[in-house]
Design a protein around this ligand. Sequence first.
Ligand code: NDP
Length: 486
Amino acid sequence: MNYGLYINGKWVKSTSDETFESVNPATEKSIGNFAAGNELDAKKAVDAAEEAFEKWSSTPAPKRGEILLRAAQLLKENKERLARLETIEMGKILEEARGDVQEAIDITEYMAGEGRRLFGNTTPSELPNKFCMTVRRPIGVVGVITPWNFPIAIPAWKMAPALVCGNTVVFKPASDTPLCAIEYVKILEKAGVPKGVINMVTGSGETVGSAIVKNKKIRALSFTGSRDTGDWITKNAGIKKISLEMGGKDGIIVMDDADLKLAIDGVIWAAFATSGQRCTAASRVIVHSSIKEKFVHELVIRTNRLRLGSGLKSTTDMGPLINEAAVRKSETYTQVGRNQGARMLCGGVRLPGRGFFFKPTIFENVTIDMKISQEEIFGPVLSIIEFNKIDEAINIMNSIEYGLSSSIYTKNIDMAFRAIEKIDAGITYINSSSIGAEVHLPFGGVKQTGHSREGGITGIDEFSEIKTVYVDYSGKLQKAQIDNRK
Ligand code: NDP
């Protein structure tokens, strides 16, 4: 099967006529040929989006919201079909793929409602007979560049707010999951998004992605992906509004008073769901030394019970990694961990045969200077680090370049609030795993993870500009206080 680009409301070939394959990571079989867009295709997409902007931005926001509500309904009707496709293309188990589609439904519904809000503020003036307010305006043509790990949810997190705010979009999905992106765009098309309002160019990051990044007609860029790509974007985008959601090296603190079963449930979910390929995945457990032995014993038993296999089977707990390079990365870090003196308790090897499967892996005796406790692996590799006092645990938590998600298991309210106050991260969970975002709350990180916040009203902030309005109905020149204060 061949798939095209979506430009100005039409499905078209790449101008180079070149294609690339997307592969099922559980079987290594091709699932189709996709148009390999190039700079010219990216330019055409941007031009189409620019052309469509005037009409779309003038469409009343509640009408834009109605289209999104239809899209949410279509996502619901197609949930099972889309989830299966996602499992086939990306590898995550069906239950998690359903969750990904559900997240797209939730954010699209939320943003549909924003069509009747998009609130600005009013505030009193310092002068009589003068009225002050802010209104929201769309930004213009926005570029959306996404990774493969949430191939429907992440595009939806970005495009639903972009559209309701009145922007037009040029979308560049990850080359590992073009089919999921196409299916999402088809839903928006069917829901009634007019031609030119969304445009999608599949193809490599180096060609299509960089052409979008550098295009001066793109007024805002929303990127989720690796720190290196985000760094490159920052240096090459020129003057644009840029939002970056990048890597993580998230941790879970387990205090000596924690409910151990609850903590182990949370750690297994955070470390091995999506085979560790979530930006909020926990790759470090910071455990109080008085309970470490018991905790590790139980954790390893539970981890060894996880069943690897095709995500389509209901008996599977963990699917494959996304591609061969991801398996090699986990293998390399496993070797580095051993070389640096950490002790491997389970896993550490790929499964023989076809598919990109890597066993869930746990290291103990890990110290904060080791690479496995510092660098994002994006695979099922978990490090256990011991501590004795809460301040030490928080120092370990903060000893990394990233700052996305974090969690603490404790029954002590003082410890919980200390963690909320001191952990340097965008998200802190108390007695809950490090993953589990809800779409109406802000999502994002600090430090090398980036600086943006998506979701809820912060998603609207990302995709709108604020205009300040002063209405003077005094009938005379009134100078502001800065110019008339004696
Ligand atoms: P990449 O940075 O490799 O790719 C992300 C996207 O950027 C892809 O569409 C890619 O295209 C594109 N791209 C690559 N090079 C360029 C370029 N020069 N200019 C413009 N676009 C480019 O990341 P991964 O796909 O490997 O995703 C995994 C990363 O994403 C992890 O670091 C993870 O932590 C992070 N992530 C962060 C989240 C957050 O919210 N903080 C959420 C989810 C993931 P192509 O596929 O063609 O290479």
